[in-house]
Design a protein around this ligand. Structure first.
Ligand SMILES: Nc1ncnc2c1ncn2[C@@H]1O[C@H](COP(=O)(O)OP(=O)(O)OP(=O)(O)O)[C@@H](O)[C@H]1O
Ligand SMILES: [K+]
Length: 375
């Protein structure tokens, strides 16, 4: 594993061993990383004892976004117009890109706030329970009466086809005209703010601008509604994270080959975003920083690919956690790839989010096999 820890003098050093210790934090209801330990064959173990640095790595990840109840129904075929069909099975699980990403960060034992809205109903309580179980702070989760909790009906056919209907509900309605001051305050104290596109753009813009004004990096996952991203939002974002098809839609350019992708990324730079974190499924990922050579990261092999649902959310959230905790950009890519490779081994989204120890073990096993995760 090549990971990096920041020492007191502010330089980044390659470490062959990077471990996290945990302290039970009663305020966060979960274990939080208290420091990074640095050790290599040549250098005795040193710790990040500088309170300034450790305060920074413990700054929370603030995820602003959607929370849904995902209603899965297993059917033999879609009903025709006017027809009623019986499903073979069904279940309702907490989901939504915002809640998934917040739970991922919480599961990775990083202090996490979720800023979002649910309705005053059973679906809302399902989401609250899932977030709480994931170690996410709920102080900024608002319950609105103007709308039901957002939900998605996911119809699964035997051949693996999914047909999905999304009801935005409280994700899209009931937001105040101006975002609440206490919510903006949370953003100003964050290590990183993570956004997606399943709540109104005008809300994302207010949070992104507040973060930018406070000098807090903003990552925007391009997943969610398919329309163009407003200029004001792009200008306040530090890292835009699309997958290939989202990059194609955003730029109107082909993304079949790496050369085509590079040209599409250049268009994003022209639109005002300096860093693009591109997710490429089983082909891995790449980070493009304007004016620099792209950092490419291969997917880390999963023992078995069971279900890729949630892989994108896991990847983006794990990258954000690693960024807050001071890893280099390359280290962030590796950490995110290891987390996502664990996610695809388990069915479901929130159910498949990995714990930090599992991610570190996956990185160590990649090292032990002498493979380089990057190419
Ligand atoms: N088959 C796989 N094996 C190992 N890792 C994978 C696999 N598929 C995806 N990943 C990892 O997950 C990351 C994100 O996956 P992907 O590019 O599919 O995101 P996405 O399209 O945003 O996903 P989502 O379906 O969640 O919206 C990839 O960059 C890769 O690291
Ligand atoms: K999964």
């Amino acid at each position: 594993m090549r990971a990096f820890s920041q020492l007191q003098n502010g330089h980044f050093c390659t470490s062959s061993l990077l471990s996290f210790c945990f302290s039970a934090d009663p305020n966060h209801g979960s274990n939080v990383p208290c420091r990074l330990t640095f050790a290599s064959a040549a250098t005795p173990a040193a710790t990040l004892s500088s309170s300034a640095v450790s305060a920074d790595i413990n700054k929370p990840l603030v995820v602003v976004g959607s929370a849904n109840a995902d209603i899965y129904v297993e059917i033999d075929r879609l009903p025709k117009q006017g027809e009623t069909v019986a499903a073979r099975d069904g279940q309702t699980l907490a989901g939504g890109k915002g809640a998934n990403q917040a739970c991922c960060s919480g599961r990775l034992a990083h202090p996490t706030y979720f800023v979002g809205q649910i309705g005053d109903d059973a679906h809302g309580r399902l989401i609250e329970d899932a977030l709480r179980l994931g170690g996410v702070r709920l102080d900024r989760l608002a319950r609105v009466v103007a709308a039901p909790t957002g939900f998605a009906v996911v119809m699964l056919e035997p051949d693996g086809q999914n047909s999905i209907i999304i009801i935005g509900g409280a994700n899209m309605r009931g937001w105040p005209e101006k975002v609440r001051g206490e919510d903006l305050e949370i953003v100003a104290t964050a290590g990183v703010v993570l956004l997606q596109r399943e709540i109104p753009d005008r809300i994302n813009i207010q949070f992104a601008e507040a973060a930018k004004n406070a000098g807090v990096p903003v990552i925007l996952d391009a997943g969610g509604v398919e329309g163009p991203i407003p200029d004001e939002l792009l200008k306040a974002v530090d890292i835009l994270s699309p997958n290939e098809s989202e990059l194609e839609r955003l730029t109107g350019m082909p993304t079949e080959t790496f050369d085509e992708i590079t040209l599409a990324v250049m268009k994003c730079h022209e639109m005002g975003v300096k860093k693009i974190l591109l997710k490429l499924g089983s082909k891995g990922s790449a980070l493009f920083v304007e004016g620099e050579k792209a950092l490419r990261q291969a997917a880390i092999p999963a023992s078995e690919v069971v279900d890729t649902t949630g892989a994108g959310d896991t990847f983006t959230a794990a990258f954000a956690v690693a960024l807050v905790e001071g890893l280099s950009l390359k280290g962030c890519l590796e950490f995110a790839a290891a987390a996502a490779s664990l996610c695809v081994e388990v069915k479901g989204a929130i159910a498949s989010l990995p714990e930090r120890t599992a991610v570190l073990e996956r990185l160590q096993s990649v090292d032990a096999k002498g493979r380089h995760a990057s190419y």
